[in-house]
Ligand binder design. Sequence first.
Ligand code: CO8
Length: 259
Amino acid sequence: SYNFDTLLLETDENGIAVLTVNRPDKLNALNNTVLDELEKAVKKIEKDEDIRAVVVTGAGEKAFVAGADIKELNTLNKKQGEKQSVRGQKVFFALENCSKPVIAVVNGYALGGGAELAMACHIRIAEENAVFGLPEVGLGLIPGYGGTQRLPQLVGKSKAMELILTGGQMKAEEALSTGLASQVVPQGAGVEKARELASKMLKNGPVALSKAIASVNTGFRVKGFSDEAELFGELCETEDFKEGTTAFLEKRKANFQGR
Ligand code: CO8
């Protein structure tokens, strides 16, 4: 096992690693430390020959990951906003392009950056209490870690638009029926199910698995990611963004003025 402040990475005797985002007090929100450590963890996973598949999940009973850390977002300007978006996208691309199967176990809230993290994984298993959503518009923002690209890829444009523009939530069963999740399991049973699924995969040729992942991913590589980052940056200049993120931190409703 490796040492991180905000992640746990543990590998079992079958070569299945469990990578847990571990900030349960903040519902595992992705701050800069988590992003940095995720990047390091993916590099280690890629290099470590004892690791053959990865399960990504969140610590605690409430959340997979409740999003980017809104406290850190609140102060970003246009340039920093775009840069931060590109940075997170890069970490998530590394995960998506991992040569070993990556299975997300969504064990609670997967909101904003958390839903985007789950979508960057190869497969999503939802526990019954999973809640998916891209609530960014409620903060005067848009998804910035690939959500505007990956959600339409997974569920189609119409459902994706509905979820993104309402900032609404999708529960486990709906995630299953729209294709966002591939399975629903009882609360607490996700990691075991993921291990079972990974074990089936690992009976196959590892080189074939890595080429299959690369080949599937190739078809989904689109230009929109850089536009998303640019648009995210533009929003960081608006009063609505300042109001939306400040309102969250002050635990009140946002009052948007449309500028
Ligand atoms: N950021 C920072 N802190 C958070 C976050 C977050 N995303 N989510 C939860 N927390 C904190 C809360 O502030 C609270 O902290 P404290 O105890 O110090 O007050 C603690 O976690 C527990 O949360 P709650 O008390 O709010 O728990 P509830 O059960 O009442 O509510 C919710 C759970 C509904 C999940 C609620 O926490 C919530 O609405 N969270 C925010 C969800 C959200 O809006 N996520 C999207 C964030 S924006 C984003 O992800 C953008 C991604 C792209 C970025 C691109 C470039 C930067």
